[in-house]
Design a protein around this ligand. Structure first.
Ligand code: GDP
Ligand code: MG
Length: 807
């Protein structure tokens, strides 16, 4: 039987994990390994993907992927016996008896007073020998990598560590955010926020970036943040980080939540088992952070590496995995040292078949063969294949640790609450209506309630500022051209883009709420099936929806997508969604040409954009974007209240980002357009708009639009100015044509319809292009502009032909 055949509420034990490469490794890293018990919680409203409970946390998995996993059903009653020792989750069936035991154990812990954790990372005692200590020279900058799973509270901790002292950039060569900052009160430190990851496998950009950073840039220490309410999941990464042999502390986050539910952690035991300092904290409540910092600084300053790395147990599988790892470690020791790769890490990665590490080690043919023999022997002895064996080794250790050190609440309040909320938000019949209501609400508040008002306010502000500057220029008799440059060019152009800022920020406010509460993961879960048909995954829906408001935040939001491929395809589709700036164009044209059917035509335009997006996606799926969307093995975190500080900081970052672009690319584009509009071909001042360079350029392009019946230089000029901001099309047309009747005379209704389609689909505005360039680079930005223009032309032509035949 395979996992996809499991019924809701049923449990089973995994017997074999199929699939290959990245997908399979991803399964294993997420804890889907042989002998583990899984329970099917529910299917997504459209029947795919599925939500599973495994090791005590919730995962989503597509049915097609689940088909590769073989299981053996657990018969109720005899359940535990089938699954063998260990590796069971404490699920809903845990008895009241357990609950009482948990409370009694916790009482005992509390009696010992607040947990102290002597030894690791502290002056003088136990692990730290003053006689042999060898501190880094005074003044060395202590760099720390902040690493952890997604939703473990990384952003919250990072903000609490660094305060306002942050610098955002990219890791070299990839669009993965690289945030760094100085720890408050410790000038000689730097924390780098690594992306949220689940393992150090070389399959996602985020994982590669993280291990590259730790191995390559050699931070002086690692701060590993772990969600205490989900230790089983989180420690898997911790063990891999420990193998990197860098001084490290473990920040046990969300302790407030764990304690609030009657759980606790024996920190001392955990320290002893892991060989690194463990500091319980609550990043959201700012508890324990100072202690964390002092431990981190201590281990980094004295370069106290983890005291344990040997997590393989001699008694597991008759010691097969243990012997294999140690055998390979002895074999490659010299190579690993030469390549600067930690030995234990090298051995495990060789066994997992990590091509990057194997290559970097430069092993001889002979050595490779010996290693292969050792691994084959191990596979035979333990009955697991190599990658599964390593995952098994890690999870067995984590399980032992959890059994010894963690007193779990039987059912946490947050878990219960999440389940209740999920009954509606991912419920079979309620999920999609709920999604529509939530998005509609977001849009209504953004555009109806707040955005339009703020936008007007800002516009008025910019207008009056423009007026003041204009007046001052006039009073001082400033050169006419300079005045026009500043007033007509810069203030008008940059101003019209800037006025979008409130809308962009409000949208981002809601986006960050949706993301931080954990709802976005649910959206991905609910919407995965239909989007998968288009070659995308569920997460793409939100950036695309945001695109209906404004492409800029849509493109920026695509950063949360898990794979480069999805990101590119999503960004390519976003401009096809009618953003609000296109609305004035629609209103203007339908008002003049089709006053009777304006609503119908507007709705039609929205649908046409979506349709074009769908066609583009389908075509790309079979051509440029062949291959599967990323494996959709995703964790569904508990719903949590986002911290206000996080949200404010994010808004500030986005605002800064947008402003910076407004004053670089957009600024330059504004000046170029102004120049083209103001001067004639002899670089003298143009007497009338017809003489301007812009008109001359427009004249070159008019033949292209002749076939669709709007090859008029004035319209083409308007289209070119629309490149700045879409609403400019309307203002330019009004200037060049005067009132509507001239336009009505110049363009036939069928051509007007074609023109509308062209406006809907052609190049995104300069602000959107600037965002694309930031996310995907120059080539992609240029490619998207050309592509959209080509699609717009073809579609407009088709519409012109059809409309011409019908009208
Ligand atoms: P990241 O994905 O790892 O960056 O996690 P975030 O910092 O965005 O946090 C995820 C969610 O957990 C947010 O809603 C936070 O407000 C919440 N959170 C973070 N730290 C704590 C904590 O110590 N206790 C509680 N109860 N919630 C927290
Ligand atoms: Mg975060």
């Amino acid at each position: 039987m395979t996992l996809n055949e499991l019924k809701t509420g049923q449990s089973a034990v995994i017997t074999r994990v199929g699939g290959e490469g990245a997908l399979r490794q991803h399964f294993l890293d997420m804890g889907v390994i042989p002998k583990t018990e899984v329970t099917l919680i529910k299917l997504a409203p459209m029947g795919d993907p599925m939500e599973l409970r495994i090791h005590g946390y919730e995962l989503t998995l597509r049915l097609a992927d689940a088909e590769k996993i073989e299981i053996e059903p657990v018969c109720p009653g005899a359940g535990r016996a089938v699954s063998g020792p260990g590796r069971q989750q404490d699920g809903a069936e845990s008895s009241a008896n357990d609950k009482e035991k948990a409370f009694r154990r916790r009482k005992k812990d509390d009696a010992a007073g607040p947990t102290s954790h002597p030894g690791l990372g502290e002056d003088g005692i136990l692990y730290h020998d003053p006689a042999t200590e060898n501190p880094l020279p005074e003044g060395t900058v202590l760099t720390f990598a902040l690493a952890g799973n997604q939703n473990s509270g990384k952003t919250t901790l990072f903000n609490s560590l660094t305060g306002s002292n942050q610098h955002v950039g990219n890791f070299p060569g990839v669009t993965v955010d690289r945030k760094s900052g100085v720890i408050r009160g410790h000038a000689d430190t730097e924390v780098v926020d690594l992306p949220g990851i689940y393992s150090l496998s070389p399959y996602t950009e985020e994982e590669i970036v993280s291990r590259q950073y730790i191995i390559g840039e050699k931070p002086k220490g690692i701060i590993n943040i772990v969600d205490a309410t989900n230790i089983e999941r989180n420690l898997y990464l911790t063990m891999q980080l420990i193998e990197l042999d860098v001084p490290m502390v473990l920040a046990l986050n969300m302790m407030d939540e764990l304690r609030g539910n009657g759980g606790s952690v024996r920190t001392n035991d955990m320290e002893a088992m892991l060989g690194i300092p463990v500091v319980p904290i609550s990043a959201a409540k700012d508890e324990g952070v100072d202690e964390l910092v002092s431990h981190a600084i201590h281990v980094a300053k004295y370069q106290e590496s983890p005291t344990k790395q040997d997590f393989c147990d001699e008694s597991d599988h008759g010691g097969a995995i243990h012997r294999c790892i140690h055998g390979i470690m002895s074999l490659v020791e010299d190579h690993a040292k030469r390549a600067g790769i930690p030995i234990r890490f090298a051995a495990n990665k060789i066994i997992e078949g990590d091509a990057r590490v194997i290559e970097a080690l430069e092993l001889s043919q002979n050595e490779r063969e010996m290693i292969e023999h050792i691994i084959l022997q191990m596979e035979e002895e333990c009955g697991l294949d190599r990658a599964a064996a390593i995952a098994d080794m890690r999870f067995s250790f984590v399980e032992k640790l959890a059994a010894k050190c963690v007193v779990k609440p039987v059912e946490s309040k947050e878990r219960e609450r999440s389940e209740k909320i999920d009954r509606i938000l991912t419920g079979r019949f309620t999920a999609i209506p709920a999604f529509i209501v939530i998005m509609a609400l977001v849009f209504w508040v953004t555009f109806g309630l707040l955005g339009a008002w703020l936008q007007e306010l800002l516009e008025t502000g910019i207008d009056s500022l423009t007026g003041i500057v204009d007046g001052a220029f006039e009073a001082w008799n400033v050169n006419e051209v300079l005045r026009s440059l500043v007033v007509d060019g810069i203030f008008n152009g940059v101003g019209s883009v800037l006025s979008f800022m409130p809308i962009i920020l409000i949208l981002f406010f809601f986006l960050s709420l949706l993301e931080d509460t954990g709802y976005m993961a649910r959206v991905a879960f609910v919407m995965d099936k239909p989007l998968r048909r288009l070659g995308l995954s569920g997460r793409s829906i939100v950036p695309m929806l945001v695109g209906f408001g404004c492409s800029v935040p849509g493109v920026m939001a695509s950063r949360t997508l898990p794979s480069q491929r999805d990101r590119k395809l999503t960004i390519m589709l976003i401009p096809f969604m009618s953003c609000t700036a296109k609305l004035p164009i629609y209103a203007f044209f339908t008002g003049i040409f089709f006053p009777e059917h304006s609503a119908l035509i507007m709705i039609g335009l929205y649908l046409f954009g979506i349709l074009t997006g769908i066609i583009t996606a389908l075509v790309s799926k079979h051509t440029a974007f062949k291959g599967e969307a990323v494996p959709f093995v995703m964790e569904l975190p508990n719903y949590r209240m986002p911290g206000a500080k996080n949200v404010i900081r994010l808004l500030w970052e986005k605002a800064k980002d947008f402003l910076m672009r407004a004053f670089t690319i957009i600024f330059v584009a504004t000046i170029v357009i102004w120049f083209l509009q103001t001067f004639n071909l002899h670089l003298g001042l143009a007497e009338s708009s017809q003489e301007s360079i812009l008109a001359s350029i427009a004249n070159i392009f008019t033949p292209i639009f002749k076939p669709m019946g709007f090859g008029d230089w004035r319209i083409v000029t308007a289209l070119i100015t629309g490149f700045m901001a879409k609403e400019s099309v309307v203002s330019t047309l009004s200037v060049l044509f005067g009132d509507g009747s001239a336009l009505l005379a110049a363009v036939a209704p069928a051509a007007a319809l074609a023109l509308l389609i062209f406006c809907l689909l052609y190049t995104p505005c300069v602000a959107a292009i600037a965002s694309v360039k930031r996310e995907l680079g120059r080539k992609w930005a240029a490619g998207i502009v050309l592509f959209q223009c080509a699609v717009a032309w073809v579609m407009a032509f088709i519409v012109f032909l059809i409309a011409g035949a019908l009208m």
